[in-house]
Design a protein around this ligand. Sequence first.
Ligand SMILES: NC(=O)c1ccc[n+]([C@@H]2O[C@H](COP(=O)([O-])OP(=O)(O)OC[C@H]3O[C@@H](n4cnc5c(N)ncnc54)[C@H](OP(=O)(O)O)[C@@H]3O)[C@@H](O)[C@H]2O)c1
Length: 269
Amino acid sequence: MQGMDMPPLGFGTYGRKGAEGIDAIGCALETGYRHLDTAQDYDTEAEVGEAMRRSGLPRGEVFVTTKVRPANFGPGALIPSLERSCEALGLEQVDLALIHWPAPNGERPLSDYIPQLAEARERGLARNIGVSNFTIALLDEALEILGGVPLLTNQVELNPLFRNRKLADHCTARGVTVTCYQPIAHGRIGEDPVMREIAEAHGATPEQVALAFELSRGYAAIPTSGKAERIKANFGALDIQLTEGEIDRIEGLDRGQRSIDPDWGPDWD
Ligand SMILES: NC(=O)c1ccc[n+]([C@@H]2O[C@H](COP(=O)([O-])OP(=O)(O)OC[C@H]3O[C@@H](n4cnc5c(N)ncnc54)[C@H](OP(=O)(O)O)[C@@H]3O)[C@@H](O)[C@H]2O)c1
């Protein structure tokens, strides 16, 4: 299956609902983002599809990710749910389909739903497959079940204040690209004085520096904003080249505080 690689800097669409959401996603496409991240649970698939159509961009120029919600993991349920996602998006195929979370409280084995995801790829509903919020053990188990079918990414919480390094290093070692969600710590990255200092040295914002740091580590990142000026400014991260010294300083900022941590979630590494 041919198609574009996943662009490292994408646009998150959580909360980008309705007319304002379509405008924000359209602004992202106009700015140059070519990777949109949605999910069945965000209820923004229709907005993503509408913004893509309005942009007039050829289908092959935008990389679209969606995520399957755990309610759709039951036998025979995952593929029809992805068909509904494609319908909402107005697309025949997504570029990437992710398992959004491992089954809550581990109530279902991976062997129930990972093979369904592989079959979705086989059928052409998704060009690539991946996971999100998977721990080291779950990632290894999923790869084992897939037996050679690649997982493109593990989308996880990661930013300079929550470095998530052990998991990220393991993903990289297994050839699974890390995609950082909350890549600008939900707007809190500018609270850190080192981030502000490095930003100032580049005539940049702390958010741009956080994104440039993540990209420098070989990760993808999917920031979002509802504000045109921030959507554009965040994209400017692609122009920032951090020095090794700056990267080392940012590596030292980890506070180890996870912000998305539902009580039904997995046992984190
Ligand atoms: N797989 C998962 O379980 C999972 C979980 C969470 C998120 N995600 C994905 O990751 C995407 C991003 O995560 P996120 O939305 O939680 O966090 P984020 O992108 O780190 O932060 C977004 C927040 O930061 C603010 N912001 C954006 N640009 C800014 C700037 N330049 N300066 C100051 N504040 C700024 C935004 O407010 P304004 O809108 O007011 O600008 C918004 O409140 C989501 O949209 C979603 O696609 C995935």
